[in-house]
Design a binder for this molecule. Sequence first.
Ligand SMILES: Cc1ncc(C[n+]2csc(CCOP(=O)(O)OP(=O)(O)O)c2C)c(N)n1
Ligand SMILES: [Mg+2]
Length: 348
Amino acid sequence: MVGHNTLQQMYKEMVTARYYEERLQEEYLEGKQPAFDISAGPIPGELHLAAGHEASGAGVCAHLRDSDTVTAPHRPHHVAISKGVDLERMTAEIFGRETGLSKGKGGHMHLYDPEVNFACSGIIAQGCPPAVGAALTAKKRNTDDVAVAFLGEGAISQGAFLESLNLAAVQELPVVFVIEDNDWAISMPKERVTDVEDGSRRAWGFDMHGERVDADDAVTVYEAAEDAIGRARDGNGPSVLEVQVHRRMGHFMGDPESYRPDEDVERAQRRDCITRMETRLREHGFEEADLEGIREGAHERVDEAIEWAKDQPEPEPEATYEDVFTNSPDDWPERPSREVTATDGGEE
Ligand SMILES: Cc1ncc(C[n+]2csc(CCOP(=O)(O)OP(=O)(O)O)c2C)c(N)n1
Ligand SMILES: [Mg+2]
């Protein structure tokens, strides 16, 4: 059963993530018009928004602590916020500033916060092997930490995902794979890339537990994740959880979505997980003023983080090659010359 404080916390994270992306959207569009120029403005490059996915991040991460590992894909903001990634430094990273999580060199798809063991990547399913590695580490070290890998339904046929499932199953690792099914992989509808309607069934081929949450509801996600993460933490092995979410936006900012039927866009707008969460909160006795108070607090926090980030310095051009290799080639030590002795290859 979900408690009062958890409900409040999940709602706070969801409205923080939604408003954060609304603000990013405004900032992103600055300078990119009238002809869309992806490299212009304060946030150059691609931007993938996760509006409509918030229930998944909040419901899953409610069971996690800082020492648990989370990996996310290219649509990471809601998960990062729910995992407790530093909002100021994350924002500075997205704006390419020196004080960003990766000194402004990673951008919005490559956020990394070792304080809370969070990382994401633009390569789909790429987060699965590192999550398995983190789970293996936890098991070898005898901690009860767990790892969670988020991925999209478009990534469930990737080798990285399937091989990760196999290793996790064989080694009984404390890892949960969370598939966010938003029905689309860029412009490709789900049914054109897989015949499996319920992606959590991928688990069955590895004799692993798999479950799908169909409701656009953070509380239902919370309950399903409680089982999956509890199972992992108690040493009872991995599982797959698929969560139905909705992509309220284009694949990335600037996507004209000409491939997408109007009814699908309308459905995503109608089935809003935040509206659903507000109904849940009212059922649990929250008043409108409580909800308004949570929203206001979240908006204030976001506005502050964005203002702070925009004030941060940009990295010096000379810093471009720093942290790319462990050392710059100029610093590499002289290689000791190695005597190469010919062998006849068969004396013994
Ligand atoms: C290995 C790899 N192949 C292709 C791409 C290009 N790509 C970026 S996002 C994407 C679709 C992802 O769809 P899904 O996993 O469902 O996530 P969603 O965007 O719907 O959240 C693809 C194919 C990539 N980033 N990585
Ligand atoms: Mg998808």
